[in-house]
Ligand binder design. Structure first.
Ligand code: NCD
Ligand code: ZN
Length: 440
């Protein structure tokens, strides 16, 4: 009898872990059951991917969906709609909400809220505080928890553990890899006096300078070595850190942001004003080149968007009262595909950084690769599609993108989540089907 599947993705070029191949992919009960299904196979539903690339469902390991918080800016329903429209099948959501996700009660709320409200699959970060170290070992094993997040420098929200003793106490609680926002709080505070209200937005990269980030990363690496706790440094942004992290590959993994691979200071502050302000800052060309070198030499493990929406009024406040953070979950995949077309990285390396990398670093063992038995998550892309990013395409209620007007070649046409097409040609399909991601 001919083979039968729930879904067949036919005719596409698949980006497999071992290279690109033309293969029909069969899906049964939400999982991948054939790579290279025979032409005689039948299916309840088939997706014609002729002329298109079939990528594993891409994962954005760094989003701030602001839920609980202010739904007029962003929420889990709106932010995960933005994710699937932008080609992501999974996102890992940060804990600096209000209230923050730092204990069993807030975690239970989020675990219960995601099914029925999320349009893609979700991993949940637990925020480290000065007082919750004793609870973290249990919390990091909770359903859907991707990692503990520790903010060592102050940014949006009130999560902060800046001192060595506090960071070490968190590192000694639990065993899984911890994600770190690495900027040195003491240097940030000391440098604040060098600037005055109303200074140009470009002062953001002078205030939170290279040394703030590098000092933070040196301190975290020393503590990671001391405790043996694995660390993931999110949004690495300086040439100095990339260079330094080469010697810490036994304990450290690294993330780079789409923004730091796409925008350059001080020019971006002149064109975008407050809409270029984020932490750590967009920096000068030397750091941009270093980030690309780190993508090419394998030092970077994951790419994130650091999607961090704020209201227009908060972004337009005079510096330094400008809210830090930029939207990005809906634009990250198109922008990275554009970088692929510009020859800055291969499609295979993009998939390594945006699917396999996040799955490996955080332990989402059934995601991130097209492989037998894995979740049938796919991002279907047309590498030749040309389109301009516009503010009115953005579904995050905040309603803006720092990339408005950017001309893109390469676009995600469909997102498939555990065998169901959840986005096709700009349309989100069906109810909220997202669930909690399983981590080891
Ligand atoms: C983030 C936010 O607004 O939540 N802002 C930012 O500039 N990246 C917080 C953070 O990740 O630092
Ligand atoms: Zn951060």
């Amino acid at each position: 009898m001919a083979e039968h599947y729930d879904l067949l993705i036919r005719g596409g070029t698949c980006v497999l872990p071992w290279g690109e191949a033309r293969a029909d992919i069969g899906v049964t009960a939400g999982r991948i059951t054939a790579i290279g299904a025979p032409a005689s196979a039948s299916a309840a539903e088939s997706f014609d991917a002729t002329g298109l690339y079939v990528l594993p469902g891409l994962i954005d390991p760094h989003v701030h969906l602001r839920d609980p918080g202010d739904a007029a800016i962003e929420s889990i329903p709106t932010g995960t709609r933005a994710a699937v429209l932008g080609g992501f099948a999974s996102v890992f959501d940060m804990p600096n909400t209000s209230p923050a996700i730092t204990n069993a009660e807030t975690l239970a709320w989020k675990q219960g809220y995601i099914p029925g409200h999320a349009f893609c699959d979700v991993g949940i970060y637990i925020g480290a505080t000065r007082t919750n170290a004793g609870a973290l070992a249990a919390l990091e094993r909770g359903a859907g928890v991707c990692a503990i997040k520790l903010f060592a420098g102050s940014t949006t929200g009130d999560l902060l553990v800046e001192d060595d003793a506090g960071i070490e106490a968190v590192m000694r609680a639990g065993t899984r890899r911890i994600a770190f926002h690495s900027e040195d709080e003491y240097r940030l505070q000391a440098r604040r006096a060098l600037f005055t209200k109303g200074d140009p937005y470009a002062c953001h990269m002078e205030w939170r300078d290279e040394e703030c980030a590098f000092l933070g990363t040196r301190r975290i690496m020393a503590l990671a070595r001391k405790t043996g706790r694995p660390a993931h440094i999110v949004h690495v942004s300086t040439a100095e850190e990339f260079d330094y992290l080469r010697d810490f590959r036994d304990v450290a993994t690294a993330e780079v942001l789409v923004n730091h691979l796409t925008q350059i200071g001080p020019e971006c502050y002149e064109t975008l004003g407050g809409y270029a302000v984020m932490n750590p800052p967009i920096r000068g060309r030397r750091h941009y080149e270093a980030a690309w070198a780190a993508v090419r030499n394998g030092l970077v493990d994951t790419i994130g968007s650091d999607h961090a929406p704020h209201s227009r009024s908060a972004k337009e406040r005079p510096w330094p009262d400008t809210a830090a953070g930029l939207t990005g979950v809906q634009t990250a995949v198109p922008i990275m595909l554009n970088h692929v077309n510009a020859g800055r990285l291969s499609l295979g390396r993009m998939v390594d950084l945006m699917a396999a990398g996040p799955a490996r670093v955080y332990g989402a063992t059934a995601k991130g690769r097209i492989a037998a038995g894995f979740d049938a998550d796919f991002t279907i892309v047309d590498l030749k599609r040309c389109r301009t990013i516009e503010n009115d395409w953005i579904v995050t209620p905040a309603g803006w993108t720092p990339f408005a007007g950017m001309q893109i070649t390469g676009w995600p046409l469909a997102t498939i989540l555990r065998g169901t097409v959840v986005m096709r040609e700009d349309e989100v399909l069906g109810p909220a089907r997202g669930s909690l991601i399983r981590f080891t």
